[in-house]
Design a protein around this ligand. Structure first.
Ligand code: PNS
Length: 160
């Protein structure tokens, strides 16, 4: 069994992310999901602690999958998680452009390798950004997230 690191903002985790975790688990055996800050994105909707809780709820019935928050670079987080392999999901060609550059930086920095998995076609339209936008307007996102995340989104919008 090989341990791999699946990093992301996960604001919040959705079924597309879950598919990437499942693919990584199927191929390698053990997955650490890492909640990381993406400096190119605004501060986000959920706190890091909330994102961890929602990601844990999303992967709750999976064995050999853990979720933690990390600070710093993805390569530092992967090392802290005890692996030198990152797994990322790709939805579109534009995903590939940025992901390839990050992967090349990461291997140049510490030798960490990135393995890309194509996302399931029926889940390719899902993104955390659109989930936040759709749910903010009172429309159900039940087809994109687990029930715990849908409830947390509804509660978050109720707070506003
Ligand atoms: O879910 P996202 O927002 O696509 O995840 C992107 C994330 C958080 C994995 C990426 O921004 C990242 O790795 N951030 C950590 C900082 C880092 O390692 N930057 C180096 C880029 S070469």
């Amino acid at each position: 069994m090989t341990k791999v690191f699946v990093p992301g903002s996960f604001d919040p985790m959705h079924l597309g992310h879950l598919d990437v975790v499942d693919q990584a688990r199927e191929i390698f055996g053990e997955v650490v999901v890492g909640i990381l800050h993406n400096p190119s994105k605004p501060s986000g909707m959920f706190s890091v602690d909330e994102r961890v809780a929602l990601a844990r709820a999303t992967v709750a019935d999976r064995t050999h999958v853990t979720v933690s928050a990390f600070t710093g670079l993805a390569v530092q987080a992967a090392a802290e998680a005890g692996t030198s392999i990152i797994v990322k999901g790709l939805r579109t060609a534009s995903d590939f452009d940025i992901e390839q550059q990050m992967a090349q930086n990461n291997v140049a920095l510490t030798g960490v390798r990135t393995v890309f998995v194509p996302c399931r076609p029926d889940l390719a339209f899902i993104s955390s950004r659109f989930i936040r936008e759709i749910s903010a307007n009172g429309v159900s996102v039940a087809h994109m997230v687990v029930p715990e995340v849908e409830r947390a989104l509804a509660a978050k919008h109720g707070e506003r």
